[in-house]
Design a protein around this ligand. Structure first.
Ligand code: ADP
Ligand code: MG
Ligand code: MG
Length: 897
């Protein structure tokens, strides 16, 4: 027969799957000889069986009865004994800690008879326990509204003329028990169960059911805890901290959970039961005062803390109770801690020789590091947010609200860009803004993706009215007008009026300038662990950067190059006019003139970036987005009068697409608009030549977007190689005019001294793999491509057939609720679908070209779970926004352990 019940003496800390975290740790403490009240654990398997069958699996309650007898023997008390009753606690505890999400019922075993037996230990105490039991049992087992009990209690306090429950006397509590029983009867149609065994069965089954309460489900979804694990149930003898001054209850931490500093941390409350500590009924004492109140128990407790730290090799937290000078441990676990404490504790434990650096690295994570890098608002003044939206990109930003991107870009001083939603047109404003706030969209909306990429604070989908026309935002009766100061917290989604003080992040400062004399224990710990991650990781980490400033930051943050340099941002702002010229150009001559005007600007862009990234690869993507994105909107042109405007209008109409993301963009653009890619390649090549001439070591790579068939790539590559050869020849000072291919006037470089032969860098040409067909024909494509870079944003969009900008608010929330998705595939790579395409393309690409370089650019490159997948898939690098580079370094190291 299967065993559904384990005595505490029969389990250990590694049995969390079966016994839950709390049960496994109670077993471990029992095994270590620490004073744990006797008890047993009903397995998660029994819970799963119950939830499936709708009734207790066969034999379960018999097993419970057998184990109960052992508890009774150990305690020398019996359940239901009128003179000296054993009472029990029935506590939930799943594999992963879900604080406060499921139910615990204390004082099982009290009834109209046993309450008198318990009263021998204190009358008030006994009646107080009884009324608590009826309320707890009523609410969790029988579904009586908790508020009904609370109301009766409040009314009783009022008639007794006291403010705290502790002011109620024996007579009050007796009357309350009477009332509670009546409330119970009224709601359930049955009297409060008097048989302690019925109480026990009812409580155990209720804890099973509490796995499926809505709040538990919501919590699991947020924490990515699977829904099918079930909870274990711990049944243990009650011990009493409320038996007078030599009793009490408390919590202890082996280290400070906020900073990780060693010492005796915690709270103690004399003459109290467990919940009183958290309920804040009375002021607790700092734990070290227990040393004076009860030196023997204190000594025992600190000894137990030492043993537990050594056993778990980590910070532990402990719940304990002292009954008449006798210490009991009720719970321990590896303590939850802030991200800062996670790093400092891990480093301290290394110094103490408790764990090695590998283990320390396992104990921290990229999500925590990301949190440590963002500045935070100082909320000590207790400000109240006016609204809370989706926390889309962490960071704390204060600025004047501006409701238009152009005005934001032109504004002086810090601004927060407020829009109903954003589009690529808003980019200059987004770059200029400290923070971005939108009334629509979620974590993968345009605003969110761009903001994360740039490290801007962003709150999306806020429950406010954004009135762009009247330049105001309304949240309830609060109105924010253009120019008013607001503060947005992208880590919490909160929006505040006015300016809040911020604290810069010392961790981000460290990545910017390195260690210095000011570096405290946290920064030192981060330094050690990231450095260790660098030593063990196999994945290289590059950054996505489009400007020299971003490139420089990426380099400081530890990027080994640029994995994605987008060129579209270089066509915005004042250069738009030049792009318009290109689009409306008629005849070869005009096209050429338009391209010639763009060439020197592009060249200067690339010189700046190659200078910052000297000696490191810079993967430059040829123009990707649909051309019409660079044109004004139809409405703006409707009253067109000038010749130029009329041409623009015609171009807007001509280029209109019903599905632009699947239309004229990427490599298609390069093949349909003659000369465009050639101009970009020339700009790259001339920039490289210029850098070599200046003594630099430029390493540009040319990346062709949106390829689906090898012939698309072949055509672009052939053209690129012609241009590269031409520029190389020019640079090596082949006499001017030989450059018949480009047919272009000699460039300025022709007049400067030539490069030594071989000085011009070899520029690899590769492709993005972002169309499913490219992944499926990767073997053929690798015949031409010298590298693959997985564009997992588009690859996800096209593999799922999800329009990224449209699924956020509607489809995804429903899919999360239905359990079809547990995470957005745009945030964390979908291993089973999109991931298989990546695996296939890597395998077939490498088979065709063994030295093929493979990487990934796009949002997933900085997502911890995705980094692990790319490590397992054996890619060469991930590329992510500069701010995510340290996170990716850390996670790549952890994945390699
Ligand atoms: P949670 O998981 O929400 O912390 P617990 O199962 O730990 O819930 O129970 C809450 C509190 O109930 C404990 O902190 C402890 O103070 C009290 N408690 C639980 N079991 C006992 C017991 N056997 N004796 C005395 N108090 C108990
Ligand atoms: Mg607890
Ligand atoms: Mg793409």
């Amino acid at each position: 027969m299967r065993t559904f019940v384990y005595d505490f003496a029969d389990g250990d800390k590694d049995m969390r799957d079966l016994l839950g975290g709390k049960g496994a740790n109670l077993a471990e403490m029992t095994r270590m000889g620490l004073p744990v009240p006797p008890g047993f654990t009903i397995t998660t398997e029994a819970c799963r069986a119950y939830l499936k069958l709708g009734e207790a699996p066969e034999g379960l309650m018999d097993e419970v009865a057998a184990h109960l007898r052992r508890v009774e023997e150990a305690m020398g008390r019996r359940l239901g004994d009128a003179a000296d009753p054993l009472l029990l606690s029935v506590r939930s505890g799943g594999k992963f800690s879900m604080p406060g999400m499921m139910d615990t019922i204390l004082d099982i075993g009290l009834n109209d008879t046993t309450v008198h037996g318990l009263a021998a230990a204190g009358e008030r105490f006994a009646w107080d326990c009884y009324r608590r039991l009826i309320a707890m049992y009523g609410a969790t087992v029988a579904g009586v509204p908790h508020d009904d009990f609370e109301r009766a209690l409040a009314e009783r306090r009022r008639t007794a003329g006291v403010t705290a429950d502790s002011g109620l006397g024996v007579a009050d509590l007796r009357d309350l028990v009477e009332e509670y029983r009546f409330i119970y009867l009224r709601h359930t149609g049955e009297p409060f169960p008097q048989d302690p065994r019925d109480q026990l069965t009812g409580a155990v089954l209720a804890v099973f059911r509490s796995w499926n309460t809505e709040r538990a489900e919501v919590y699991r979804r947020a924490e990515h805890i699977p829904d099918d694990l079930g909870t274990a149930v711990n049944v243990m003898a009650m011990v009493y901290g409320n038996r007078g001054p030599s009793s009490g209850t408390g919590v202890a931490f082996t280290r400070d959970p906020a900073t990780g500093a060693r010492g005796v941390y915690g709270d103690y409350l004399p003459d109290a039961q467990g919940e009183d500590v958290v309920a804040g009924v009375r002021d607790t004492l700092p734990l070290h005062e227990l040393a004076h109140l009860d030196p023997r128990s204190f000594g025992e407790l600190t000894h137990a803390m030492d043993l537990l730290e050594r056993r778990y090799r980590d910070l532990c937290d402990i719940e304990f109770t002292i009954e008449d000078g006798r210490l009991w441990l009720l719970q321990t676990r590896v303590g939850k801690r802030t991200a800062a404490a996670a790093f400092t504790v891990a480093a301290q434990l290394v110094d103490e020789g408790v764990i090695d650096l590998d283990e320390a690295l396992r104990r921290v994570d990229g999500a925590g590091l990301a949190r440590l890098m963002f500045p935070r608002f100082d909320l000590s003044g207790g400000p109240v947010p006016v609204a809370t939206g989706v926390p889309a990109s962490p960071g704390a930003a204060t600025g004047r609200a501006v409701f238009d991107a152009r005005r934001a870009a032109a504004a002086h001083g810090p601004v927060v860009l407020v829009r109903e939603e954003t589009n690529p047109d808003d980019l200059p404003g987004m770059i200029a803004a400290r923070g971005i706030l939108t009334g629509r969209g979620g974590k993968t909306s345009h605003a969110a993706v761009v903001a994360r990429g740039m490290g801007r604070a962003c709150v999306c989908g806020a429950p406010v009215v954004v009135d762009e026309e009247h330049r105001e935002l309304r949240a309830g009766d609060v109105v924010v007008r253009e120019g008013d100061l607001i503060s947005v917290d992208g880590a919490t989604g909160e929006i505040y009026l006015g300016e809040l003080p911020v604290r810069p992040s010392p961790v981000a400062g460290y990545f910017d300038h390195g260690l210095d004399a000011e570096s405290g224990p946290l920064v030192t710990a981060v330094h050690r662990l990231v450095t260790h991650a660098d030593a063990v990781r196999r994945l290289e980490v590059r950054a996505n950067a489009d400007t020299p400033q971003d490139a420089a930051r990426a380099r400081r943050f530890g990027a080994a190059g640029i994995g994605l340099c987008r060129t579209e941002h270089m066509f915005l702002g004042e250069r738009r006019a030049l792009v318009e010229r290109l689009i409306v150009a008629e005849g070869e001559q005009e096209v050429e003139e338009a391209l010639d005007a763009l060439l020197p600007l592009q060249r200067a862009d690339f010189i700046g970036i190659l200078t910052e990234m000297d000696g490191l690869p810079v993967t430059i993507r040829l123009l990707d987005p649909p051309l019409h994105e660079f044109l004004p909107s139809l409405e703006d042109l409707l009253g067109a009068t000038s010749d130029h405007e009329r041409k623009l209008l015609a171009a807007v109409r001509r280029l209109h697409e019903s599905n632009p993301m699947l239309g004229l963009r990427g490599v298609r653009l390069g093949l349909v608009v003659p000369g465009l890619f050639a101009m970009q390649v020339r700009a790259i090549a001339e920039a490289a030549a210029e850098r070599v001439r200046a003594g630099g070591d430029p390493r540009p790579e040319i990346m062709v977007p949106l390829v689906g068939d090898v012939r698309e790539l072949s055509a672009v590559k052939a053209e690129a190689e012609r241009v590269l050869a031409a520029v190389k020849a020019e640079a090596e000072q082949v006499p001017a005019g030989v450059n018949a291919k480009s047919g272009r006037a000699p460039t300025t470089t022709d007049t400067e001294p030539g490069l030594p032969a071989g000085g011009f860098p070899c520029v690899p040409v590769g492709t993005m793999i972002e169309v499913p067909r490219a992944a499926l024909t990767a073997g053929e494509i690798a015949g031409e491509a010298e590298f693959f870079s997985f564009g997992t944003n588009d690859l996800t969009q096209m593999t799922w057939g999800f329009s990224r900008d449209d699924v956020e608010g509607t489809i995804f929330p429903a899919y999360m609720r239905l359990g079809i998705l547990t995470a957005s595939p745009f945030e964390t790579i979908d291993r089973h679908g999109v991931g298989r395409l990546v695996e296939l393309a890597v395998a077939e690409g490498r088979a065709a070209r063994p030295d093929l370089t493979t990487g990934v650019c796009g949002e997933h490159g900085g997502d911890p779970a995705s980094v692990w997948f790319f490590h397992e898939t054996d890619l060469d690098y991930v590329s992510c926004s500069p701010f995510r580079v340290p996170v990716a370094r850390l996670e790549a190291g952890r994945a390699a352990l």
